[in-house]
Ligand binder design. Structure first.
Ligand SMILES: O=C[C@H](O)COP(=O)(O)O
Length: 248
């Protein structure tokens, strides 16, 4: 079955009103393929602002994190309702920077995923191995463990997009080869089929993330299990439009 091409832009801790305006306006003015979905994820203080600038129905806004409680004494956190109130439709969860720098374990990522989905946000669920894990040959073991934690809590995967992001490829300029990405994506899909059924596996989009840019994106074009990208650095640059158009 055809899965809609999906491109997420994770701005991480970057951006100002001015630069975010430029990024959104570039997309507003560009001619984009009809059958693609673009989600821009600025830092939380700019969600409302970015959402208000978007003029294309296929472009929406997402957060980079969300807390797993509705409200209360959780200083510094953002709730799913607040994120939705600012016009966001999606949230990135389980990003390797959240896992390593902020100590989020598989269970926390699963709790957050369950809560965000139950409250009506789509989830871009990041998984991926470190360089040491890749060298040790345990890539599949790692991504399956990360998926298992979420599978234990989430039965309906309609609003989940998986982003396979090998940690060694993030921000390094060293992207996985399209062949390697395809191989892992196919294994991830096979695992989802085993755990959740082939129907869910066929419908779930699996994005590649890690040094994707305007030049290499089109080399993934004929990889049937690569359904799009989660883009960091290049999402801040004009080449982001080329990534969105890389299937043309
Ligand atoms: O969420 C995005 C990933 O961390 C990829 O970042 P990058 O494109 O800068 O390598």
């Amino acid at each position: 079955m055809a899965r809609t091409f999906f491109v997420g832009g994770n701005f991480k801790l970057n951006g100002t009103k001015q630069s975010i305006k430029e990024i959104v306006e570039r997309l507003n003015q560009a001619s984009l393929p009809k059958d693609c979905e673009v989600v821009l994820c600025p830092p939380a203080p700019y969600l409302d602002y970015a959402a208000g600038l978007v003029s294309k129905s296929q472009v929406s806004v997402g957060a980079q994190n969300a807390y797993q409680k509705a409200a209360g004494a959780f200083t510094g956190e953002n709730s799913v309702d607040q994120i939705k109130d600012c016009g966001a439709k999606w949230v990135i969860l389980g990003h390797s920077e959240r896992r390593t720098i902020f100590g989020e374990d598989d269970k926390t990522v699963a709790d957050k995923t369950k809560f965000a989905l139950d409250q009506g946000l789509g989830v871009i669920l990041c998984i991926g191995e470190t360089l040491e894990e890749k060298k040790a040959g345990v890539t599949l073991k790692v991504v399956e463990r990360q998926l298992d934690a979420v599978i234990a809590q989430v039965k309906d995967w309609t609003n989940v997009v998986v982003a396979y992001e090998p940690v060694w490829a993030i921000g390094t300029g060293l992207a996985a080869t399209p062949e390697d990405a395809q191989e892992i994506h196919a294994s991830i899909r096979e695992y989802l089929a085993k755990k959740l059924g082939s129907d869910v596996a066929e419908k779930t989009r699996i994005l590649y993330g890690g040094s994707a840019n305007g030049s290499n994106a089109s080399t993934f074009k004929d990889k049937k299990d690569v359904d799009g990208f989660l883009v960091g650095g290049a999402s801040l640059k004009p080449e982001f439009v080329d990534i969105v158009n890389s299937r043309n």
